[in-house]
Design a protein around this ligand. Structure first.
Ligand SMILES: [Fe+2]
Ligand SMILES: [Fe+2]
Length: 238
C-alpha cells in the first residue's frame, strides 16, 4: 500500500490509500486535511492505516499542530485512529454533532469531544481562512449519528460515504460518478433507504457544492448539486 496526497482545492488535500481488496477492482480510503491556522482532518482511517495517514498528514503540517479531528460517523475507516491522532497532537479535539457525542464519542474519545451545533442559526467553525458548517444527516448514508461538513470558501462538501465508488481512480474528476456509485451500492447495500434519504440529498444539493470530497473514490469537481440530485433519483428508483 502507498498513500498519495493531492491538493483538490486551496489548502484542501486528499490523502488516499488504494488497497487491492474489498472489491475485485480494489478500493480507496480517503482522508481530507484542510491546512489552515487550525488544521482540520476529516476521517482518520482505520488504526492499521495510521502509520501511512499520519505520515501523509505530516507532509502537510506538523502533526502536533492538528487541531480538529472530524468524521462522518462511527466506523473504523472513518474514525478508527482518532485516539492515535489525539495522542500525536496535544491540542487536537474530536468534533462532531451532539448526537454522536452522546451516543458514542463521550465514551470512546481519550479526551472529551467538542459537540458542534447544527442548523441554519449555528455559526460555522472558523479555522482561519476556511469556514466549516456541520450538517446533521441522521441515517444518511448510514448510522444514526451521521453528519457531514461543508466548507464555505471553497464550496467543498465533505461527502463521506456518499457516492462511494470502487477501483483505481484519479484524485479528482469532472466526469459523472453517480452511475459508478449506484453500481457500488448495488454491491454493498451500505446506504439506508429511508424516507428521509431523498430530502437530505436535496438539502445537501441546495448548498451548491463545487467539489464533492468523496471518501471512497475520486473527488468530483463541477456541478455537485446535479450529482447529488441524480443520486437521489437513483435511490428513489430502487
Ligand atoms: Fe461508513
Ligand atoms: Fe467509509
Amino acid at each position: 500500500m502507498n498513500t498519495s496526497v493531492a491538493e483538490i482545492g486551496p489548502d484542501v488535500f486528499r490523502i488516499s490509500t488504494w488497497v487491492d481488496a474489498v472489491t475485485p477492482d480494489g478500493f480507496t480510503f480517503n482522508q481530507f486535511l484542510i491546512r489552515d491556522e487550525q488544521p482540520f482532518l476529516f476521517h482518520t482511517g482505520m488504526r492499521s492505516l495510521f502509520p501511512l495517514v499520519s505520515e501523509a498528514v505530516a507532509r502537510l503540517i506538523a502533526l502536533e499542530d492538528l487541531r480538529w479531528v472530524a468524521f462522518g460517523h462511527v466506523e473504523a475507516d472513518e474514525c478508527g485512529s482518532m485516539n492515535r491522532f489525539l495522542a500525536a497532537a496535544p491540542t487536537a479535539s474530536v468534533i462532531h454533532g451532539e448526537l454522536a457525542c452522546t451516543l458514542s464519542l463521550n465514551d470512546m474519545c481519550d479526551r472529551p469531544p467538542v459537540a458542534v451545533p447544527s442548523g441554519p442559526e449555528a455559526q460555522p467553525l472558523d479555522i482561519g481562512s476556511h469556514r466549516l458548517r456541520f450538517l446533521s444527516t441522521p441515517h444518511v448514508p448510514h448510522n444514526w449519528e451521521a453528519g457531514l461538513w461543508f466548507e464555505e470558501e471553497t464550496r467543498t462538501l465533505f461527502a463521506g460515504d456518499l457516492l462511494t465508488h470502487t477501483g483505481h481512480c484519479p484524485a479528482i474528476t469532472d466526469s459523472d460518478v453517480v452511475d459508478a456509485a449506484l453500481a457500488a451500492d448495488g454491491m454493498f447495500h451500505a446506504t439506508a433507504l429511508t424516507k428521509e434519504l431523498g430530502s437530505t440529498l436535496d438539502d445537501l444539493a441546495a448548498l451548491d457544492p463545487r467539489t464533492l470530497a468523496i471518501m471512497h473514490g475520486a473527488s468530483y469537481e463541477g456541478d455537485g448539486a446535479g450529482q447529488l440530485r441524480a443520486l437521489a433519483r437513483g435511490y428513489a428508483a430502487m
